[in-house]
Design a protein. Structure first.
Length: 378
């Protein structure tokens, strides 16, 4: 523990103590507490190099505190899980400028800073259904251009609050799937993901909003699997998705790609396919061929494709199972299908010229009609 202590005016007998108590028996707010009492006194500044008196503003580095000393405050000198798991200890850093070896609230030349130290003997996992689990209990990984983004994130009730801490970050741990890519190899990848895997961070605000739902700078055409974990406001990492929940390879694995197929592995289709019912209809084939012929070879076309594949899965999900919505989308897509068909047959320039002419003809006709009317009047 390293402390910058402002010790101006303190006598040479001043000390800094680290004194711990169980949460149920904190230092009293009245009366005097002896600071040399075992096992609560974890360490003090008696052995600080350079001796006393201290110089104002200098760093006071206290001796290392063994983990067993903190456990011993709970009556468990060997730190067995049964005695300490889930327990919290209050760590008090006390500056005793009086040299009395005791602390009395409100006394001049005495200061105290307290914080909680919480024990978890094992890494907490997100297990069971959303009603009983803690953390992120489900999500869907969608492919994008050199990235994976997450939709339909399901969180446990009360998220981001935990007991006794709260969540401040989400860690998306991910790993590439080894070839050959099969359901078994994806499952093996999901099972093996842990602290050592690559990670992307996201912040969580007080209401549970997650500010980043992407993993970027991935390799296109490579399958990746993702397992989320949580970081509490003490910096502890835990609540990995449990192995029993990592079987949904369709949801938790995705393949980024600059040109992505119109159907994902789990059947969630992009909006054109969703509207026309199949990736093999003539309309969808035409749109796909137009994409490959005119958009992908062009820088701005590639940006449009990337934007489309980022947003289209969510749009497609909104029309699935709604025939009336599909009919509307099919009607709206028909001009795009017609333009794509003519561009593939005549070329993009000729097609643009054709549609421009179609738009200009009514204007020319109106202009001609107005001219004739004026000629008759004159």
């Amino acid at each position: 523990i390293s402390i910058n202590a402002n010790t101006a005016g303190l006598s040479g007998t001043a000390k800094v103590y680290v004194y711990a108590t169980p949460t149920g028996t904190p230092i009293p707010t009245t009366g005097t507490t002896a600071l040399n009492t075992a096992p609560m006194k974890l360490t003090d500044s008696s052995t600080v190099t350079g001796g006393l008196p201290y110089i104002s503003g200098t760093a006071i580095t206290l001796p290392a505190i063994p983990f067993t000393s903190i456990c011993n405050v709970l009556g468990d000198a060997t730190c067995t899980a049964a005695a300490t798991d889930g327990q919290t200890v209050i760590i008090n850093i006390i500056v005793d400028g009086t040299g009395t070896g005791s602390y009395t609230p409100g006394t001049a030349n005495q200061e105290i800073i307290s914080f909680n130290f919480h024990f978890n003997s094992t890494i907490p996992l997100t297990t069971g259904p959303a009603g009983s689990a803690v953390g992120i209990t489900d999500f869907i990984a969608y492919p994008g251009d050199a990235k994976i983004h997450f939709k339909s994130i399901t969180e446990s009730p009360g998220f981001p609050a935990l007991n006794p801490l709260a969540i401040q970050k989400v860690r998306y741990y991910y790993a590439a799937v080894s070839s050959p890519v099969t359901t078994a190899s994806k499952l093996a990848t999901l099972t093996a993901i842990t602290y050592g895997s690559a990670v992307e961070l996201a912040n969580v605000d007080g209401t549970g909003n997650i500010d980043n739902r992407y993993i970027k700078k991935l390799t296109n055409d490579q399958y990746y699997c993702v397992v989320p974990a949580l970081v509490d406001n003490a910096g502890n990492i835990g609540y990995f998705l449990d192995a029993t929940l990592r079987t949904n390879t369709a949801n938790y694995c995705a393949q980024p790609g600059e040109v992505i197929g119109l159907l994902s592995e789990n059947g969630r289709c992009f909006i054109a396919t969703a509207a026309f019912g199949s990736p093999f209809t003539d309309e969808v084939k035409t749109l796909r061929k137009f994409r490959d012929t005119f958009l992908i070879p062009n820088k701005f076309g590639r940006k449009f494709v990337s934007w489309y594949y980022d947003h289209s899965p969510a749009w497609a999900a909104k029309i699935q199972g709604h025939e009336d919505r599909k009919e509307i989308v099919r009607t709206l897509l028909l001009p795009a299908v017609g333009f794509s068909h003519l561009a593939l047959k005549w070329g993009a320039f000729n097609t643009v010229l054709f549609f421009a002419t179609l738009l200009l003809l009514p204007l020319l006709f109106v202009q001609y009609f107005i001219f004739k009317r004026r000629s008759k009047v004159e």
